[in-house]
Design a binder for this molecule. Structure first.
Ligand SMILES: NC(=O)c1ccc[n+]([C@@H]2O[C@H](COP(=O)([O-])OP(=O)(O)OC[C@H]3O[C@@H](n4cnc5c(N)ncnc54)[C@H](O)[C@@H]3O)[C@@H](O)[C@H]2O)c1
Length: 340
């Protein structure tokens, strides 16, 4: 019989939409074992227990940690709960994979990062897009020097499923942090990771595409200027019609060539002076790759995404929201300084 004696016990905290993908990834990762599920809503916690082989369920994280002896948590709760839950997990001496954004403001992100530094445990923000094939391909091509010095990144993620799936907290900027933090943060983190550069300013515009009554901008344009001179133009939409619409476009231009990655199973391409080469299509499960990277970190390896990465992504999201409100490019350093 298979032994789980060497595995790390994990709690999934928050059992809504995204938790099922994390639970499935945990079940498939031999170094991790799901010990329980936690949700303040007892009905959801019980349903998640049933969906996961009857693991114990709890409505209180402290009780769950004490009763199961779990050494790690995956937090999948609304964004405004992240900072406090992270500090609680750190103080209990457990490792953490926490959904993006790490917090809804820089002060919260810093509080979480500092709690984990004190505890000597792993805090990995779940910037899941980094583990998708498209993102890994772009990163590998840039890092291999195939494009030379990158001067422009264009990234669009267009979709239309804001209704009816979005629930109250996502539409409340005080709880989600606004759309720049809720979904924009995926793009802001990716373009920073791809370029490996320091983001200096974020200049953003927002549109309420689905309805004027929306309290968040379901369509975002965000331009990031990097210290090395590169610019990233990011477009994030959840307001397109029909609601089934989903499209991703990537273009990276550098001194030595251009990478394009269309939305579909086709391979991307790199064009340089010698012609066009196709990139191989991928097919891996981003959430499985992410949980394996976290298991690496929890068992002594370096974290694939650091607490500082999560904090920087939060600062960029805050800068984007502020830029929309004030109509000016917002220095990331300005946001970071305020909460120092
Ligand atoms: N990486 C991705 O692609 C991706 C996709 C969707 C959502 N997310 C992130 O995942 C998180 C959850 O999003 P969702 O769509 O699953 O939300 P959801 O509303 O479907 O689920 C959240 C759950 O958390 C529970 N909850 C609220 N406060 C809690 C607390 N203090 N302790 C325990 N449980 C609590 C709620 O009862 C609910 O069941 C968010 O941070 C979101 O940004 C990431």
């Amino acid at each position: 019989m298979e032994s789980h004696s060497a595995s790390v016990g994990v709690l999934v905290v928050g059992t809504g939409f995204i938790a099922a993908q994390h639970a499935a990834a945990i079940h498939a990762e031999p170094r991790l074992e799901l010990l329980g599920v936690v949700d303040i809503d007892p009905g959801r916690a019980a349903a998640a227990s049933r969906a996961n082989g009857g693991v114990p369920w709890f409505t209180d994280l402290g009780a769950a940690l004490a009763e199961t002896g779990a050494g790690a948590c995956v937090v999948c709760t609304p964004n405004d709960t992240h900072a406090d839950l992270a500090v609680q997990v750190a103080e209990a001496g457990a490792h953490l994979l926490i959904e993006k954004p790490l917090a809804t403001d820089v002060a919260g992100a810093r509080r979480a990062a500092e709690a984990f530094a004190r505890a000597g445990r792993v805090l990995m923000p779940a910037h899941s897009h980094r583990y998708y094939d498209y993102a890994l391909t772009v990163r590998d091509v840039i890092r291999a020097g195939e494009l030379g010095a990158v001067d422009l990144v264009r990234l669009s993620l267009l979709g239309g499923w804001i209704w009816p799936d979005w629930r109250g907290w996502m539409l409340d900027p005080a709880r989600s942090g606004g759309h720049s933090l809720h979904n924009g943060v995926h793009l802001l983190d990716l373009v920073t990771w791809w370029t490996g550069d320091i983001p200096e300013t974020v200049y953003a515009r927002g549109r309420r595409q689905t309805a004027a009554e929306l309290r968040v901008y379901d369509y975002l344009e965000m331009t990031v200027a990097f210290a090395g001179g590169a610019v990233a133009v990011c477009e994030m939409s959840r307001g397109h019609r029909p609601t089934s619409y989903a499209r991703r476009d990537v273009l990276v231009s550098g001194s030595g060539g251009i990478l394009t990655l269309p939305w579909d199973a086709e391979a991307g391409s790199v064009t340089d002076e010698s012609g066009t080469a196709l990139l191989p299509p991928g097919g891996t499960d981003g959430f499985a790759t992410q949980i394996a990277a976290w298991a690496d970190a929890v068992t002594g390896g370096p974290p694939a995404v650091t607490a500082e990465d999560g904090l920087l992504a939060v600062a960029m999201g805050v800068a984007a929201e502020r830029s929309i409100a004030e109509g000016r490019p917002v220095p990331v350093a300005e946001v970071l300084k305020e909460a120092a």
